[in-house]
Write a protein that binds this ligand. Structure first.
Ligand code: HEC
Length: 137
């Protein structure tokens, strides 16, 4: 990897950190506002941050910034990949075994043996959060 890419990676990760860790203005500390969405397992900002960084390091080159797709791979923030169509197991499988081209025309996805299962778990939470925010499910 050349220096510029590493530098860009650090900048984006730092920006993501600031963005994700900043307290949300709509919910100042002390105001015990109940969450407006009923979710059995609220995802912590730390988890999302970790997932975002891991996504950035391992997936973004193909799946694009914010999982919106790139010239090398499809968006994961897309109806095709909502949980009822591609459950979390599809993510674990994709990383462990790779994916044969079938939905798109980008070619195959290679397996990514260096990305551990627990890392994929973080990435999944990150991607699901993006999908949810995009109104996909
Ligand atoms: C070298 C490019 C590349 C990288 C890196 C990459 N992907 Fe992919 N991925 C693809 C392509 C291309 C497809 C689409 C294959 C198709 O359906 O035609 C895909 C498909 C997928 C799918 C759908 C699987 C299915 O069952 O259809 C998931 C989930 C996925 N990728 C997750 C990830 C995650 C998570 C990472 C990072 C850990 C990652 N990918 C990194 C290229 C990549």
């Amino acid at each position: 990897m050349n220096q510029k890419i590493i530098f860009a990676a650090v900048v984006v990760a730092a920006t993501a950190a600031v963005f994700l860790l900043a307290p949300s203005p709509s919910n100042p500390p002390g105001s015990q506002k109940p969450p407006n969405k009923t979710s059995s397992s609220p995802v912590s900002k730390a988890t999302l941050l970790k997932g975002g960084v891991l996504f950035f390091q391992n997936c973004m080159v193909c799946h694009g910034k914010g999982a919106m797709g790139s010239d090398n791979g499809p968006p994961l923030v897309h109806r095709t990949y909502e949980p009822n169509h591609h459950a979390d197991s599809a993510f674990y499988l994709a990383v462990a075994r790779g994916v044969r081209q079938h939905h798109w025309k980008f070619g195959d996805m290679m397996p990514l043996p260096k990305v551990k299962r627990e890392d994929v778990a973080h990435i999944i939470r990150y991607v699901r959060d993006l999908q949810k925010n995009a109104g996909i499910f």
